[in-house]
Design a protein around this ligand. Structure first.
Ligand SMILES: Cc1ncc(COP(=O)(O)O)c(C=O)c1O
Length: 390
């Protein structure tokens, strides 16, 4: 039987790293030890106070739908978090609880991006953003970024590359795959530039909390109450599998998000929402701070080792758990691009990394991403294995 799919699915590409992952799984099935540095989620399990709160909610029979915008207590707890962490007063009315940042991206694209209009995105960037845009039949205004703008969109890009069809800009700070962070001054300049074009600014703050060197990433809400801010319990809070995130919308946008949420997914998972009520407790935050510290130590160990191997990392990433490395000095006839190099390292060294192609087009064949979502001793061993192979 032939299958026919809607045309819009043509634009939704799979992750290239899935091919690497599938091959890694095969090698593991044959008994090979693979060190996974391609995985974009914390290796730690969810902190126990959160898990216990989730279990308690199930035992108490809280197994029904919540309101589409989320549990009132959780929306309030998220609003309080902005007061506590960023010193900004957000009404809980502006908080939309979603199934992960992914759910928030879907709502934002669905509500803001008109068919045929463009969202400005940095290349390299989180691969799903362009696919969400295409899913709602929008387009992408892709901007090649490099170390000169910290791999981030800047006011300069908005001023120079915003065209008549562009209606919104989406940035992530800290970014995936580069881990770079926008400063308050950069956020202000970006917000003003987007405003001057009458566009919407969306800031994905999913890696907030995972910042290093004493640096605290500012929230866009500290500088612009018209920004749409996306966040998630996945990364800092260690809850990837619970599928829970949130979106802060400007005044007046709650109703449209409510309508979309009701229709697209009805509500975020109930158990996860009750569990997340424990995420902001001090005992949980203490655990998360220890983990943040471990990530910082891993970055400090990994970065010089990666550079010693011949990869270039021009900017020390201040956040997330990734190094985006230029591998051009390591390419040759046998491994002419980052995909070939990734496969070579998988087969010869038993180390899985992500080729740049997953994050865009710009210099993608000369870059790969290392995730330090595995413990220190394994990171050191991975670098030793790669050194032998190269
Ligand atoms: C920048 C960025 N945004 C959003 C997501 C989606 O995360 P989730 O749906 O688990 O919250 C990810 C996941 O890797 C990400 O890296």
């Amino acid at each position: 039987m032939s299958h026919s799919y809607a045309k819009r699915t043509d634009a939704i590409a799979p992750f290239h790293v899935m091919a690497i992952l599938a091959e890694a799984k095969q090698l593991e099935a044959q008994g090979q030890d693979i060190i996974h540095m391609e995985v974009g989620e914390p290796d730690f399990t969810t902190p126990s106070p959160i898990t216990e709160a989730g279990i308690k909610s199930l035992e108490a029979g809280k197994t029904h739908y919540t309101p589409a915008l989320g549990l009132a207590e959780l929306r309030q707890a998220i609003a309080n978090w902005y007061q506590h962490r960023y010193k900004v007063a957000i009404s809980s009315e502006r908080v939309v609880v979603t199934p992960g940042a992914s759910g928030a991206l879907l709502l934002v694209m669905g509500a803001l991006l008109e068919k045929g209009k463009k969202v400005m995105l940095a290349d390299p960037g989180y691969p799903c953003n362009k696919h969400f845009a295409k899913f709602v039949e929008g387009q992408v205004n892709s901007i090649a970024v490099d170390a000169s703008s910290q791999y981030q969109l800047s006011a300069h890009h908005v001023e120079n590359y915003w065209d008549a069809d562009t209606s919104m800009a989406l940035v992530a700070s800290p970014s995936n795959p580069t881990g770079t962070v926008l400063t308050k001054a950069e956020l202000i300049a970006l917000a003003n530039a987007v405003k001057s074009k009458s566009g919407h600014l969306v800031v994905d703050e999913i890696y907030h909390g995972l910042t290093y060197d004493g640096f605290d990433a500012p929230s866009a809400l500290q500088v612009d109450d018209q920004a749409f801010v996306i966040n998630s319990f996945s990364k800092f809070f260690g809850m990837t599998g619970w599928r829970l995130g949130w979106l802060i919308v400007p005044e007046g946008y709650t109703e449209v998000m409510d309508r979309l949420a009701q229709n697209l997914y009805l509500a975020a998972p109930t158990m996860s929402q009750y569990a997340a009520l424990a995420a902001f407790q001090q005992n949980t935050l203490d655990i998360l701070e220890q983990r943040r510290h471990l990530f910082e130590q891993r970055r400090n160990i990994l970065l010089p080792l990666v550079k010693e191997l011949g990869f270039k990392v021009p900017i020390t990433p201040q956040g997330a758990f990734y190094l985006y490395a230029d591998c051009s000095a390591l390419l040759n006839d046998k491994t002419p691009d980052s995909m070939a190099l990734s496969k070579h390292l998988l087969y010869q060294a038993g180390v899985a990394i992500t080729p740049g192609l997953d994050f865009g087009q710009y210099q993608a064949e000369q870059h790969c991403r290392f995730a330090y979502t595995t413990d220190e001793s394994r990171l050191i061993e991975a670098m030793e294995r790669i050194r032998k192979v190269l």
